[in-house]
Design a protein around this ligand. Sequence first.
Ligand SMILES: [Zn+2]
Length: 333
Amino acid sequence: MLDHLRVEQVLHEFVAGHILRMLFLFHGDAMNTPNINLTQLTEQFGTDEKCRKALEQLRWKDGAKCPRCDSSATAIANRFQYDCDKCHYQFSVTAGTIFHDSHLSLWKWFMTTALLCEAKKGMSACQIQRTVGMSYKTAWYLCHRIRAAMIEIDKPKLNGQIEMDETYIGGKARGGKAQGITGRGSDKEIVVGIRQRNGELRLFHSKDVRAKTLAKYIRENVSQDVEVIITDDLPAYPRAIGDLPHETVNHTTKEYARYENGACISTNTVESAFSLLKRGIVGSWHKISAKHLAAYLDEMTFRFNRRKRSDLFIDTLRHMVTADPLTFERLTA
Ligand SMILES: [Zn+2]
């Protein structure tokens, strides 16, 4: 009887482990540099104490610092807290960060962060709920907090060959499919993408595709020394781009790429980022509200721009332990 139970338990663990491995393999991709696998995650961070130590190292390189007066602080025995040497404010490494006031174990925070880092197309709160083990509401709030930290703090201007395009996602097209309106002119949400070839991606939830709006994205993200900006034939682009070098690919006449002086004139690389985004929305997030779209776009670009780096997980934790708290009230307001 005992043996039977043991066999069942071993089998159960084996299957659970296998599903987790499948998840990692499925979401990992040949183009991703191995980041962190489950074995490393468990060995390095498998207890709350190990997680706490890691966060302390990421937040304070030269020992704990008081968040109120920046003085050095002394660890309080057996309490995971520090006491400021000067003002005697007592704090923990998670105080005033994205982890603030969370009752969830740090190990679950770390596991979820690792899963979100590994999932190229994103992962739904539902999947986190099942895989890590927590209520749906907790998983939803947790994912949003991790996402809130996945934001580029300094964004270098894009340069070289740049592709710019717009896409339409979510919602229902006005008039329905019968009228064939699925792109421009529908009431879907607009996403504007700018991608430097062999460089970084930026995605924006845009209110419209007017020249003034597009010009602002260009001003804020594209260098004045840009080699060329390639767009489709949306009429707003020439005015938005102004004096910068501009090439157009004529999508209305079904032209998708042509070669000029050895340069490929197409918007294919920004479009491949859009298709990843769309697969993410269909496959993992299912339905996202317009309200949170910008946060999802930030998450996707953060991960995308680090896809060849091996420190995505650690870099995300570094952002989390320096990001401001995000209360449930503010998130749902
Ligand atoms: Zn202090």
